[in-house]
Design a protein around this ligand. Sequence first.
Ligand code: F0G
Length: 429
Amino acid sequence: MHRMKACLKCVRCGRDYELDQPRYLCDCGGTLDLHRDLSGVDGEELKALWESRWGAKRGVDASGVWRYRELIFDLPPEEIVTRQEGNTRLYPAGKAGEYAGLKHFLLKHEGENPTGSFKDRGMTCGVTAAKFYRARNVACASTGNTSASMASYAAVCGMNSVIFIPEGKIAYGKLAQALAFGGRTLQIRGNFDDAMALVQEVCRELHIYLLNSINPFRIEGQKAIGFEILQQLDWQVPDWFVIPGGNLGNNSALSKGMEELYQLGIIDRIPRIAVIQAEGAAPLAHMWKQHTPFEPVRNPETIATAIKIGNPVSWEKSLRGLKWSNGVVESVSEQEIMDAKAMVDAAGIGAEPASCCSVAGAKKLVDTGVIDPEATVVGILTGNVLKDPDAVIGYHKDELGHLGIRGTYANRPQVIDPTLDAVRAALNL
Ligand code: F0G
């Protein structure tokens, strides 16, 4: 397979830039895509190559991202920084499927990545790009998962990482990971949107390589979620993907990947994409439903701290993908998120709150007649259940009343005396 020629292309004005130096935005302010010339590429040959790599035991082929490197970032294996990310499971949704009212509901568990979230797919590519550009220092603003992932990948290849997080507003598991992996962690007195604005200025002024999903290489790596799902489904296209939306990079990646597969004839049908936001942090959903221009949300609020974002950087890319896929945007309440999470958890699968927007959103879209109960639907679970133990325990102890959330499906822990009688009484035996 010959290497495809690639450049950066502005999603707003269409201007092209060479890849010879790092760039995140066009001079017009638009975000950039990695654009490749797919003419003359044989889709069948590409698919056969990817199939031949399935199940590889070692090296870059064993990564669920780099297996697809021809459409990610086609570099010689020794230049790739990988933790064999991806290769995550695609589960029947079980109880969560019944809850959503869907007969054919699968959950792709991206919380099974090396650092416990889908971010590892984008990060392996982003850190490889940092190495390609000979960066020694990398930085990101984060609601937690991106920072955990970046700190890990930077540590693996000996780079310094600088993390900007909103003070007191990220889940403990994520902060713990960032510190453990040696990320220089700066807690900003402000929210994620403040941190995101600051990190862009810092990277520009201090020549640090920026690893938020505004970085086009991050998006390329994240496309592999969709590629891997399709490979797991023997290239049969589901009717719908349902995916949470925060900074809006992940759904942009999903649709970009699908568009490329469609162009190459690897898939023959376009799946619809539903992006689900938390009600208190739903600028895209507002825009979509009210047909108004994009307007950031000033003080975003949600228990799903991963997506507590009011001014997502990738909203234009996201919109493009939604139009292409005949997609929809929906928002869900705090109660809907946590009840859906209780179902995902009780199904034995488990995921962090933001991830469960997929299930809450699927249910709402079935209830409102947008998704047919007979449709084949793949929900993306973006992060591991252990990322946010406070949310789990708060719900099951029914202690989230101050946030307006009831423990509808609470599984309360019980304190008892250390006697057989007390156990009998507790278990009603
Ligand atoms: N789910 C989880 C668990 C996340 O951590 C994020 C984003 C999303 C969903 C939303 O994805 O931003 O691509 O729309 N977390 C980022 C972070 C912002 O800093 O970890 P998105």
